[in-house]
Design a protein around this ligand. Structure first.
Ligand SMILES: Cc1ncc(C[n+]2csc(CCOP(=O)(O)OP(=O)(O)O)c2C)c(N)n1
Ligand SMILES: CC(=O)[C@@H](O)[C@H](O)COP(=O)(O)O
Ligand SMILES: [Mg+2]
Length: 633
């Protein structure tokens, strides 16, 4: 790692000779592969943009110029080149470097990201601020072809074309979202790549690059000739041009010197420019080049073989249970249709897509559209199931409220990765869904304690005629026996798991088994508790909760959601409105702050959301609330 080691600041890179730049790309790739093989991470996307990152640092002057990475999952080379090489081994670990750009981590991270399609809006904001202050720096957004399918990116392009700010949008087209990119825009981009004019342009490119002036040629700049000369060497990108954005490309984004040359010239063009580059996702690591979807975001793996190093298990993930159950239900119910927003693999919908292609829709990174489209399908008599990650469903709040719930349409929203997700950190934890959904009229919200309950809740949701939200976490379920003929559960009925003592633990979803275990631990110490699996955040089991309030001295609610507006606060509201706060009530859940990155286990422990944490919390409260620990009601 000789070249990389000697880069102390980004300006050192500008002095490197061509062969040293090539070696640098190689060294960066090795480092990225080494660290992600140990820590997991977004490998394929980061490998694809190594040349782009080097070219950007060669040509531009960051952090005075501003660089915004869309999603930010591809920014590993950027981190390595901006003073974080020595800490790169801490990537995605608790207290380590974030997997995404983060403003508090480096001045080179101009904008924090994690969710898709925000880069053009953020870059336009920076360009507008620059112009208000009469400053002079470049603003660059790098957006992938997947992220460009998001509505926010188009809202931004629409505005960019009107405001005509000096800014560069680099479209990194690798024909992939996480899975194969989909949609009309993706077809349009591939038409550009395969157009005969492009082959001609590519032939002329070498010639063209050697004859055009670089930075500082004022004659070309003022006459606007530079822009025309560059554009004439490429082919028309009609869509963007029509929107008032100069289109340049496509350029081979894994050809470092071609890229540097083009960037040196594009730098001089005034107004908004979109530079279309194409790259290979996973470039430089054969297993990732061959399976870019598998290596998009991967856990620990063996570098030699590319095989996963996660311990094998027969316990299914919640995602797999959702996937299998939906497939079974769809066999007998022809009205079931499924929608994903660019995450067929992550949400478990790939088998459904293969089996029922006519009833499956991958809409691209377009959560808002996915939800309203589901509302349309429901209005026309179908039973849509929309599978989204909880964190990305945040995008669709108004669509859930206005398009589904107000019209009481039977859409089932399956929120995967709900709760703490782990190493992706605060941009991705799905810890707000109870709070941003439960105040919406007509909605039903359920959370299963295990995979069998998830199955039963899916049957419950699809048997009804109203909007339902089901939320379940990332990773392994419990390994419980599954019902052969799953039956729906009773609406608004909690499950009583233990009936002892003056204390009641009312837990929901992932917190039910830890609550049961806590009760067992406490019982071994002579402290007795009742345990309730609430099952529903809405509607609550009113009768049971009022009975508990009347008969117990202390109720503890436990949830894997922020406390503000969550399940516990729903219980408190119910008891308060019914004048039933005669017993003490406390709530365990997540605090009013963003949860950092770390393993799910570590983060649950840090927040006391474990059997031990629940048991200690109860012990602390015994004295305060004058509870008879041995009391058996
Ligand atoms: C709002 C939102 N929805 C979904 C995702 C999940 N996601 C992360 S990266 C990605 C694909 C991005 O594709 P692209 O922009 O082309 O980048 P590439 O990985 O191909 O480099 C998706 C769907 C997200 N981060 N944000
Ligand atoms: C960057 C991004 O948003 C996704 O790639 C996400 O990291 C996937 O998470 P899972 O690994 O839980 O599928
Ligand atoms: Mg892509």
């Amino acid at each position: 790692m000789n070249i990389l080691k000697n880069i102390k600041r980004t300006s050192d890179l500008k002095l490197l000779l061509p062969n040293q730049l090539t070696q640098l790309a190689e060294e960066i790739r090795r480092l990225i592969i080494g660290v992600t093989s140990a820590n997991g991470g977004h490998l394929a996307s980061s490998l694809g943009v190594v040349e782009l990152t080097i070219a950007l640092y060669k040509v531009f002057n960051f952090p005075i110029d501003k660089l915004v990475w869309d999603v930010g999952h591809q920014a590993y080379a950027h981190k390595i080149l901006t003073g974080r090489r020595d800490k790169f081994y801490t990537l995605r670990k608790s207290g380590g470097l974030a997997g995404f750009p983060k403003r508090t981590e480096s001045i080179y991270d101009a904008f924090g990201t994690g969710h898709a399609s925000t880069s053009i809006s953020a870059a336009l904001g920076m360009a507008a601020a620059r112009d208000i202050d009469n400053e002079d720096y470049k603003v660059i957004a790098v957006i992938g072809d997947g992220a460009l399918t998001g509505g926010e990116a188009f809202e931004a392009l629409n505005n960019v074309g009107a405001l005509k700010k000096d800014m560069l949008i680099i479209l990194n087209d690798n024909e992939m979202s996480i899975a194969k990119n989909v949609g009309a825009l993706s077809s349009y981009l591939s038409q550009i790549r395969t157009a005969p004019e492009y082959t001609k342009a590519k032939k002329n490119l070498g010639n063209f690059l050697h004859h055009l002036p670089k930075l500082g040629d004022t004659v070309y700049k003022t006459a606007g000739m530079l822009k025309d000369s560059i554009k004439n060497a490429f082919i028309a990108g009609g869509l963007f041009e029509e929107m008032g954005i100069s289109y340049i490309g496509p350029v081979d984004g894994n050809n470092l010197f071609e890229l540097i040359n083009v960037l040196q010239r594009v730098e001089n063009i005034r107004g908004p420019v979109l530079l279309h580059i194409f790259t290979k996702k996973g470039k430089g690591y054969i297993p990732a080049e061959n399976k870019p979807d598998k290596f998009h975001g991967i856990g620990r793996f063996d570098i030699q073989t590319g095989e996963s190093l996660s311990s094998p298990t027969t316990v299914p993930t919640y995602t797999q249970v959702f996937s299998k159950t939906l497939l079974e239900m769809a066999r007998t119910d022809k009205d079931i249709v499924a929608i994903t927003a660019a995450m067929p693999g992550g949400t478990g919908l790939t088998p459904f897509a293969q089996q029922y292609p006519k009833r499956f829709f991958d809409v691209g990174i377009a959560e808002e559209h996915a939800i309203t489209m589901a509302a349309g399908l429901a209005a026309a008599g179908k039973k849509p199931v929309v599978a989204l990650y909880s964190t990305f469903a945040q995008r669709g709040y108004d669509q859930i409220l206005h398009d589904i719930c107000l019209q009481k349409l039977p859409v089932t929203l399956c929120l995967d990765r709900a709760g703490i997700v782990g190493e992706d950190g605060p941009t991705h934890h799905g810890v707000f869904d109870y709070s941003f959904l439960r105040h919406i009229p007509n909605i039903m919200i359920m959370a299963p304690k295990d995979e069998n309950e998830l199955q039963r809740m899916m049957y419950t949701a699809l048997a009804g005629k109203a909007p339902v939200v089901l939320r379940y976490p990332r990773g392994q379920a419990y390994g419980v026996q599954m019902d052969k003929e799953p039956q729906p559960i009773a609406i608004a009925k909690a499950e009583i798991l233990e009936t002892k003592g003056e204390i009641a633990i009312v837990a929901i979803g992932t917190m039910v088994y830890p609550a049961v275990e806590a009760a067992k631990k406490l019982a071994a110490e002579g402290i007795f508790c009742s345990v309730v699996n609430a099952r529903f955040v809405k509607p609550l089991d009113k009768n049971l909760l009022l009975k508990l309030a009347a008969t117990k001295k202390f109720i503890l609610t436990v949830e894997e959601n922020v406390l503000a507006g969550g399940f516990g606060s729903a219980v408190l509201e119910l008891l308060c409105q019914n004048g039933a706060l005669q017993c003490a009530v406390k709530c365990m859940g997540l605090p009013d702050q963003f949860i950092p990155q770390g393993s799910r286990k570590e983060l649950l422990q840090m927040n006391n959301l474990t059997a031990e944490g629940i048991a200690s919390f109860i012990k602390e409260n015994i004295e305060i609330n004058k509870i008879n620990p041995t009391g058996a009601l």
